[in-house]
Design a protein around this ligand. Structure first.
Ligand code: ADP
Length: 548
């Protein structure tokens, strides 16, 4: 082999904040704080405080490879932790506060966290768990001295006090780019949460991958970007790294995620691009309808995490002029796998054709390879018709879980691809269309029904706020679809209304056999409808006509 004559420098996360502070120094980071006020500073300010924090961590005895946990909303201190912890070679473990108590205890112990940084709002959660957490865990509250809560946590430290006397410059260690940088547990619908352990290299390559479609989703130097997706969920889809790199203004929403709060924050701070899950957008959309306008400057929305209903894409694009991009990903993929950025060849498409393409999960991101595999283990063609398990491979995709051999073996194929647990089709143009989760597909008389497609069609009904489709036992067909829905205030619907609405939208044999109306649907820690809870709730359900 002839080696290239290029400098061999590791790809390190610290290079991003160094670059932002140098080249994008005056771009702002604005945070809606849990205390209620708005905090504002620049990337240069952030670099200074990140250095102070890194110096403080070293004084607390944090070494390379040590795990440092966070339990916090999206805000500037959490952002500083992302860079300070990883910069000194430690591992930033972002904990999802929506996990159950037992799961939080599990992840802290499994990760062997040494320190935990906690937003004031989450202090009561941790107080209840202390007895089952490591004795030497250090607790730091993310606040000023004056805001320190009266807490039963052992020897709580105050974040601002901790960093105030530290030097505001640092020379980052020259780490191995393969060193672990960040740890995020998947919510795990069954069994214990599983740890996804990212490296500096994987994070940087994922960030570079994102830059290939950045301009199409509003990630440009002059933009203002709002990550509604939490910093505690899958690296906030890579935004804490990609946004500083392009130099856009970053706006953090704190704990105020309802439609009205998001609308006013976006309006005030002139947010151009916002990223989050469809459930959040339902709230924002309701506020936009109420005010009969969008937040000024709002132009790009990236929605992912679960399928985006066609009706939502149509309304946002047609009524409000917001360009919607649909994304698919997994915590295990860092997390972006694909997006529906359309590219120039789609200029000729009609509005309806464009919307149709945006209901797909999109084309693979650079660094991600995709294939679909049948039940017999054979590779399936990318013809837009055949569907099978989606498997992925790439620079920022796990090759196993952190210290969990059993889960690692179950997740990977023998030839090193990740089994996503999703069922998909891929068109000849490379558009991936998710048919369902493997476990959510409904097998009716030997034929498959996609619960996602059925949900998306039903979601378009003007009186349905949110809905889910699960399979229920049927003596003749094995399984049949059951629709569970939440309607707009005071509206009563019945099965016939639903059938009438769906008649020209899905095949006749797909029509749900029954509909149940509920006040509220259960959601998982990552904001998705929890089908597992619904399956449990409706496990004894019997279709009326199938009882005889
Ligand atoms: P968690 O597993 O913690 O709920 P993840 O974000 O890792 O969170 O979930 C990944 C899964 O979410 C995917 O495997 C897929 O089933 C689902 N998902 C993600 N994006 C989409 C999308 N655009 N459409 C449909 N499902 C999606």
């Amino acid at each position: 082999m002839l080696n290239g004559r290029m400098m061999d420098m590791p790809l390190l996360i610290s290079s991003i904040i160094d670059y932002a502070a140098d080249v994008r120094s005056s771009s702002e980071i604005v945070s809606q704080t849990v205390e209620g006020n708005i905090h504002r500073y620049t990337y240069a300010d952030s670099h200074r405080r990140t250095s102070q924090l890194a110096n403080a961590l070293k004084k607390l005895g944090v070494n390379e490879g040590d795990r440092v946990a966070t339990l916090a909303w999206n805000g500037y201190r959490h952002f500083e932790l992302y860079y300070a912890v990883t910069g000194i070679g430690a591992v930033c473990h972002t904990i999802n506060p929506r996990l159950f108590a037992d799961q939080i205890i599990y992840v802290i112990n499994h990760a062997k966290d040494r320190i935990i940084f906690i937003d004031q709002t989450f202090v009561p959660i941790v107080e209840k768990l202390v007895d089952r957490l490591p004795n030497d865990l250090i607790y730091v509250i993310l606040c000023n001295k004056g805001d320190m809560p009266d807490t039963s946590l052992p020897k709580p430290l105050c974040f601002e006090e901790l960093i105030s006397s530290e030097a505001s410059t640092i020379s980052w260690p020259n780490l191995d780019e393969r060193a672990a940088s960040s740890l995020c547990y998947t919510s795990g619908t069954t069994g214990n949460p599983k740890g996804v352990l990212y490296s500096h290299r994987s994070i940087l390559l994922h960030t570079f991958g994102m830059l290939t479609f950045a301009a199409d989703v509003g990630l440009t130097p002059s933009s203002t970007v709002l990550p509604v997706v939490p910093l505690f969920h899958a690296n906030a889809w890579g935004l804490p790294f990609a946004v500083p790199l392009v130099g856009a203004k970053l706006v953090f929403p704190g704990a105020a995620l309802d439609g009205a709060s998001l609308f006013s924050l976006m309006d005030r701070e002139r947010v151009k691009a916002a990223w989050g899950v469809p459930t959040i957008w339902l709230g924002l959309l309701a506020e936009m309808r109420k005010q009969k306008r969008k937040p000024q400057d709002f132009s790009f929305m990236l929605s992912g995490g679960s399928a985006v209903p066609r009706s939502m894409i149509q309304e946002l694009e047609k009524e409000f002029g917001v360009d919607v991009t649909h994304g698919w990903g997994m915590t295990e993929c860092s997390p972006v796998g694909s997006t529906t950025t359309l590219g120039s060849q789609t200029k000729e498409l009609s509005f309806d054709e464009k919307v149709e393409l945006k209901t797909y999960q999109g084309r693979r991101m650079y660094t991600v390879d995709m294939r679909i595999v049948g039940e017999d283990g054979k590779l399936l063609p990318h013809d837009g018709k055949a569907f099978g398990e989606l498997q992925v491979k790439g620079h920022a995709i796990i090759d196993g879980y952190h210290e969990d051999e059993e889960a690692s073996v179950a997740a990977m194929t023998e030839d090193g691809w990740l089994k996503t647990g999703d069922v998909a089709r891929i068109t000849p143009e490379g558009f991936m269309m998710l048919v369902d989760r493997t476990k959510d597909l409904i097998k009716s008389g030997g034929e498959w029904i996609s619960s996602i497609d059925l949900e998306n069609a039903a979601q378009g009904h003007p009186s349905i706020m949110e809905c889910a489709v699960i399979s229920a036992y049927h003596p003749q067909w094995g399984e049949r679809p059951l629709l569970i829905a939440v309607t707009e205030n005071d509206v009563t619907l019945n099965l016939e209304d639903i059938h009438e609405y769906l008649n020209d939208k899905v095949a006749k044999w797909w029509l749900p056999d029954d509909v149940v109306f509920v006040e509220e649907l259960p959601h998982t820690a990552t904001g998705k409808i929890s089908k597992m809870t619904l399956r449990e709730q409706f496990k004894d359900y019997k279709f009326e006509h199938s009882e005889s």
